[in-house]
Write a new protein. Structure first.
Length: 135
């Protein structure tokens, strides 16, 4: 026999985590978020007059809107930064490719750009890989 499953919605209210089991029209509270599943399972079991093992819950946590909005904004900032870094890396590879195409040696490119010749070789190799992927 499979357990009857219920959706549980929980949010913080002062020092308590308050949960609701909409299907049963009831709810409860717990001191910690980690206790919500077992508390909700117990409440549902009592409500249905079954053993707690006959009930399963899926807990959805609602956070403060301001915190969630700020978190989403930070994710957008990170994505924008990743795109900017990718553009910068492509530009650096293009500069190295251009100078090497003008017969600059790797040590000379390094001196001109203020990087090591090893870094020149790394950028050159990355440019070759990027070109192969693009074609």
């Amino acid at each position: 026999m499979s357990a009857q499953r219920f959706e549980v919605k929980v949010e913080r209210d002062g020092k308590w985590w308050v949960f609701e089991i909409p299907e049963l029209g009831t709810g409860g509270q717990a001191r910690s978020l980690g206790e919500v599943s077992s508390e909700a399972q117990g409440v549902a079991a009592m409500w249905l007059d079954v053993s707690p093992e006959a009930v399963a819950v899926n807990v959805s946590v609602a956070g403060p809107a301001e915190a969630l909005a700020e978190w989403a904004a930070a994710e957008l900032d990170e994505e924008e930064a990743r795109r900017a870094q990718a553009r910068a890396a492509a530009r650096r590879r293009a500069v190295v490719r251009e100078l090497r195409g003008q017969s600059y040696s790797a040590p000379d490119v390094g001196r001109v750009l203020g990087i090591s010749k090893q870094r020149v070789y790394q950028l050159e190799k990355a440019a070759d890989v990027t070109e192969k992927i693009a074609s």
